[in-house]
Design a binder for this molecule. Sequence first.
Ligand SMILES: [Zn+2]
Length: 133
Amino acid sequence: MEGKFFRTECGSTGDRMTDQQIQCFRRHLEKQLTESMIMFGLVSRSLTQTLRACSDEPAGESFNEDIDQLLELADKERNMVGKIHQAMNRIDLGKYGICISCKRQICLRHLEVFPTAIFCSECRQFIEQNRDN
Ligand SMILES: [Zn+2]
């Protein structure tokens, strides 16, 4: 079931997704959610272990680096879980895959790679360009 469910070309007709396509994305999101939760659990456990080890030994430079890295990872996974919940919520509301800015259909190829995307490629480019300036 991996990979190419969709044959729609990028930016073709702007048609809304079929229910079947949306169900595919939902399954994909559910899988990603499970992975992120597992990852978050692993990171949390490592963090606890690292902190416990610290109470036995004086904290050194590498210890702080470990903690920073783990915190960063935990943050990333937590963000991901939030984004996935948001995407699932948008499925429930019937708004999944619609750009929140211009309300057009987001390219399905982009959604395949970034199923939590909320902007179409044009709006995303616009935001990125203006962020740089
Ligand atoms: Zn847009």
